[in-house]
Design a protein around this ligand. Structure first.
Ligand SMILES: *Cc1c(COP(=O)(O)O)cnc(C)c1O
Length: 345
């Protein structure tokens, strides 16, 4: 970041931003890319371009980030009507439900325009969408005349898990957003990729939304570093999740449980038995070091996680969590879960 060569990116003159955009487009097999401040802005820009008339309709899973965590921006800023389909536990939705939801041209209805999917699926625990389903979805969308966008905030985790190139995964998608600031560990930003013409429009919208960032090569440099140095080691994050999951599974008593097979990538969902501990209590307990704990665990370990609903805590591994950290975390988890289960009995 310190050594990045900078220019004015609003004028398209920042060589480091241009390099990042080209690198991501190449990696995903698309013509062009645009660097934006956040995944939320990347998704918003994509939806606004695909749905460029008021009264368009976008189809999304009801547990996806665009539907749940982006302030309803597509409706708020774009006049786009979101139609939600039931998200299935594997992160997909039923293509039959999609077909039934797409309504014919009629004065009563919005105009069906776009389908968005999320890969990996955050709220479903980092699930990798099956390639066969993506292929079937693409055929369906072509038939129905709908464009396809992938919220690929964690696309590279999906690629590593499948052992399939990101280019192949997004082959049939018209646009894809990728976060640099999640598992890839960069401080800021996402890249949206698509056709050259689409990205020209995206750059115009980015400026309009306040996302023109001038000397942003200082941020893009971190993204380039992530692609070169962090992407190749993502499988380690996945292995770390498996080590943690197996340790939790072996804890007796059942205060906190998990399904190692359901954890495909760098996210692990931990299920709390409300009779023993609530998700908020569990997060709080894992963050604090209680008296006498250091002797039992061997060191002072504090772990921060997020409670996502009444029974579930989300644990994420990433570039800054080492194998030693995982060993320490496992000891703490086993100690805390066993004591929670024990206090119940
Ligand atoms: C984090 C995230 C986003 C949005 O990214 P921000 O940079 O936080 O705006 C979009 N989609 C998914 C699946 C995410 O996890």
């Amino acid at each position: 970041m310190v050594e990045a060569i900078l220019g004015d990116d609003v004028l398209g003159e920042d060589p480091t931003v241009n390099a990042l955009q080209e690198r991501m487009a190449q990696l995903l097999g698309k013509e062009s890319g645009v660097f934006v401040p956040s995944g939320t802005m990347a998704n918003l820009i994509a939806v606004l371009i695909h749905c460029d008339r008021r009264g368009c309709e976008v189809f999304v899973g009801d547990n996806c980030h665009i539907f749940l965590w982006e302030q309803g921006g597509v409706a708020q800023f774009g006049g786009v009507h979101p139609k939600s389909l039931k998200t299935l536990p594997d992160g997909t939705f039923s293509l039959t439900e999609l077909r039934q939801a797409v309504r014919r041209d009629n004065v009563h209805f919005p105009r069906p325009a776009l389908v968005c999917v999320e890969n990996t699926h955050n709220m479903e625990g980092g699930k990798v969408l099956p390639l066969s389903w993506l292929d079937e979805l693409a055929v369906t969308c072509r038939e129905l005349g709908l464009a396809l966008h992938m919220d690929g905030a964690r696309l590279l985790n999906a690629s590593v898990c499948l052992g399939v190139s990101p280019e192949r995964i997004v082959r049939d998608f018209d646009s894809v957003s990728v976060c640099l600031s999640k598992g890839l560990g960069a401080p800021v930003g996402s890249v949206l990729v698509s056709s050259a013409q689409f990205i020209e429009r995206a750059k115009r919208l980015r400026k309009g939304l306040g996302g023109g960032m001038r000397q942003s090569g200082v941020l893009a440099a971190a993204g380039l570093y992530s692609l070169q140095h962090v992407y190749p080691r993502l499988s380690q994050d996945h292995q770390h999740v498996q080590i943690i999951a197996k340790a939790v599974k072996e804890c007796v008593g059942g205060a906190v449980t998990c399904d190692p097979g359901g954890a495909h990538t760098n996210i692990l969902m931990l299920t709390c038995d409300p009779a023993c501990v609530t998700p908020d209590q569990f997060c709080c307990r894992m963050e604090t070091v209680e008296e006498g704990e250091e002797e039992a665990v061997g060191e002072r370990v504090s772990c921060r996680m997020i409670s996502i609903n009444g029974t579930t805590v989300r644990l994420v591994t990433h570039n800054d969590i080492s194998s030693d950290d995982v060993d320490a975390l496992v000891k703490k988890l086993v100690y805390v879960i066993n004591s929670l289960s024990g206090s119940q009995r």
